[in-house]
Ligand binder design. Structure first.
Ligand SMILES: CC(C)(COP(=O)(O)OP(=O)(O)OC[C@H]1O[C@@H](n2cnc3c(N)ncnc32)[C@H](O)[C@@H]1O)[C@@H](O)C(=O)NCCC(=O)NCCS
Ligand SMILES: Nc1ncnc2c1ncn2[C@@H]1O[C@H](COP(=O)(O)OP(=O)(O)OP(=O)(O)O)[C@@H](O)[C@H]1O
Length: 197
């Protein structure tokens, strides 16, 4: 079983994904893979430097993600260019992971699952959602201003569309234990083979 887990930025995808992990699922965090395996590749650094200049790199040659984010979330052409470098590498990594353990239960955290039409990778798609107020409050607690959050969110499909397209929605306005209960309930259903949406 390969679960694709998506949702709004800051709605609780990582939190929910870790609850699946506690239940024995193998976890793939796409943002972390991009950060730790793809943006560090010399050819990706070189592309970024060639396109937008040495100011996109830190003194040690690594990508300055804050600067890169400021560029790509204010310039659609730049964002699409970056996605075109990063996404094929990300999917190649996914393929390797799945090939190594085809029979495991997997949960893939994928912010742009619907935007990039990645539905066919997954047996079951979960959307983690919360109200806009809770979402922005949680992001602001993590040091992400409303303005920055709104800018990124505006580059994603509206949450309502993700909710409509998912097989299941985990509503995360409440406590961690309320989220855990929903994850455990879904896991029990999926394990019993009753996975109708
Ligand atoms: C622009 C980058 C360098 C900013 O890095 P930063 O550490 O600030 O953010 P991080 O990667 O942890 O992403 C946080 C959230 O931003 C949102 N986000 C990231 N990339 C995108 C994008 N291309 N479009 C819309 N939202 C995005 C997602 O909700 C994600 O969960 C980085 O996000 C990046 O390389 N993005 C392009 C790759 C991508 O599309 N990743 C998503 C894979 S599904
Ligand atoms: N039910 C909850 N109760 C309290 N805090 C929560 C709850 N769910 C998530 N959080 C907190 O809200 C913040 C955002 O959650 P999380 O990182 O899981 O979201 P995300 O959707 O993965 O975010 P991003 O899109 O930025 O990757 C985190 O600081 C997390 O600890």
């Amino acid at each position: 079983m390969v679960i694709g887990l998506t949702g709004g930025m800051g709605c609780g995808k990582s939190t929910a994904a870790n609850l699946f992990k506690e239940l024995g699922y193998r976890l793939v965090d796409s943002d972390a893979l991009v950060r730790e395996h793809i943006l560090v590749q010399p050819e990706v650094r070189a592309e970024v430097r060639r396109a937008w200049g040495a100011e996109m790199l830190n003194d040690d040659g690594s990508i300055d993600r804050k600067r890169l984010a400021a560029k790509v979330f204010s310039d659609d052409e730049a964002r699409i260019k970056l996605e075109n470098w990063v996404h094929p590498r990300l999917y190649a990594r996914w393929r390797e992971l799945l090939r190594a353990e085809p029979d495991s239960n997997w949960v893939f955290e994928v912010p742009l699952l619907f935007e990039q039409r990645l539905e066919n990778w997954f047996d079951f798609i979960v959307c983690v959602a919360s109200s806009a107020d809770v979402q922005l409050a949680r992001l602001s607690k993590r040091g992400i201003s409303h303005a920055l959050a709104e800018q990124r969110i505006s580059k994603q499909l509206p949450l309502a569309r993700k909710i409509d397209s998912a097989d299941r929605v985990l509503w995360n306005d409440g406590t961690l234990s309320a989220l855990r209960e929903q994850v455990e309930f879904l896991h029990a259903e999926l394990s019993a083979g009753r996975n109708d949406a």
